[in-house]
Design a protein. Structure first.
Length: 196
């Protein structure tokens, strides 16, 4: 009689478990043992895929930040107004449709590890730089098409600061009201700058 082989634990199980635990407790407070227990695997499997917890965090950053990379063309088309406001509206809707408080793995890891893990800091810096550059490009296109007197790069960084600060408030409040409210205020501010 053949015994069905147990499905092997995949790297994704470990990343899923680490993401959930780290978003709830932080990087330092999450142990490799807890990650393995949540993923239903052993430390041997963990170290088959990752050299260390830091190595796992790097993989987690790469995965989380590439998993939502539908192109803006697919989501919002070519109109810069729709691209700018579409991104803000999408962030608002995602915050409304998430149970508990939302957060950002790159923001959490940057806040917790920048002083002690230079490689993590550099990855987070690059990811935030990419985010600011991409949003600034859309803001610049919107300014060229619709006018306005604002600095696209500074405004893009302001958006990131608002979102990341709102995530901190959401975490301590245990809900997303601060994120939704902050994004709605930012949208109203954008509407005074970009008039179609």
């Amino acid at each position: 009689m053949k015994i069905a082989q147990e499905k092997p634990i995949k790297k994704e199980n470990l990343l899923d478990a680490a993401f959930e635990l780290m978003m709830a407790k932080g990087y330092v407070a999450t142990s490799v043992d807890e990650i393995c227990l949540k993923a239903g695997t052993t430390k041997g499997s963990f170290f088959h895929y990752f050299e260390s917890k830091e190595d796992l965090a790097k993989a987690l950053l790469t995965r989380q930040c590439s998993s939502h990379q539908k192109t803006k063309d697919e989501l919002f088309g070519k109109d810069p107004y729709k691209r700018v406001f579409g991104q803000v509206d999408r962030a608002i809707e995602m915050s409304k449709n998430t149970k508990g408080s939302v957060g950002c793995i790159k923001g959490m890891l940057a806040h917790e590890l920048s002083d002690t893990h230079p490689e993590i800091r550099q990855i987070c810096s690059t990811l935030f730089e990419n985010m600011a550059r991409d949003f600034a490009n859309d803001l610049k296109d919107a300014r060229e098409q619709f006018g306005g007197s604002y600095d696209p790069r500074s405004l893009a960084e302001h958006y990131i600061a608002i979102v990341q600060g709102a995530f901190i408030l959401a975490k301590i409040q245990g809900n997303n009201k601060a994120v939704i409210g902050s994004l709605e205020h930012f949208k109203k501010y954008l509407q005074t700058l970009i008039k179609k």
